[in-house]
Design a protein around this ligand. Structure first.
Ligand SMILES: [Zn+2]
Ligand SMILES: [Zn+2]
Length: 201
């Protein structure tokens, strides 16, 4: 009957554009009023509220596992803004941040080696330089006996020796194969890759 006029009337809450359903209110505000006694927005949850709701807080010395989403490495992740999409941050970073630690630009380590753990007592901050120093020493360790020549295949070694025998400069070969000049010299003099000595390309 009054279809056009009725559908143009909006909820009596000033900021609400929804159509009136009953009592001068939209569906949402009407049901909120019944539930909470007010049409006011519920107080916004703080980051700390949302964070700690997802933590299995145990005794101080134990690991406190994150109970929500984890990334491919097992680290807890969350969206600090509380949105459903968008970038995530690691939960253990949020944990330290909430304890008042300045984590900006810092890397965070777990003393417990347990990726989902967010117990601040198990977390410490280091600089990116600390971390890459760690990585360099790990890498050096991992490559061990290959001593910088891991880019080179047997076929390349044979090629290098052939080219050197043909009179090409070690400096040029070093550049071509992305290794140091001393590496080339060692290869050519059979100080390294001895097992390939005398094999024709
Ligand atoms: Zn409304
Ligand atoms: Zn832990």
């Amino acid at each position: 009957m009054r279809g056009v006029k009725g559908s143009s009337q909006t909820c009596s809450v000033a900021t609400c554009e929804r159509r009136i359903r009953r009592n001068g209110l939209c569906e949402m505000h009407d049901s909120r009023l019944k539930r909470t006694g007010t049409t006011d927005d519920p107080p916004k949850k703080t980051l700390a509220d949302r964070f700690w709701a997802k933590v299995d807080r145990r005794s101080p010395g134990e690991c406190w596992p994150w109970t929500a989403a984890v990334n491919a490495y097992g680290y807890g992740v969350m969206r600090p803004e509380g949105r459903r999409t968008g970038p995530t941050v690691k939960a253990h970073r949020v944990s330290l941040m909430l304890t008042g630690v300045d984590i900006e630009g810092m890397v965070i380590r777990h003393s417990c080696d347990n990726p989902p753990c967010v117990n601040p007592a198990h977390l410490s901050v280091g600089t990116k330089a600390d971390n890459s120093a760690d990585m360099v020493s790990r890498d050096r360790h991992a490559r061990g006996s290959r001593s910088g020549t891991s880019k080179l295949t047997d076929a390349k070694i044979i090629e290098i020796r052939q080219r050197a025998a043909g009179g090409e400069l070690h400096r040029v070969l070093a550049e071509d194969y992305g290794v140091s000049r001393s590496t080339i010299t060692q290869i050519v003099n059979s100080k390294t890759w001895r097992h390939l000595t005398g094999i024709a390309p």
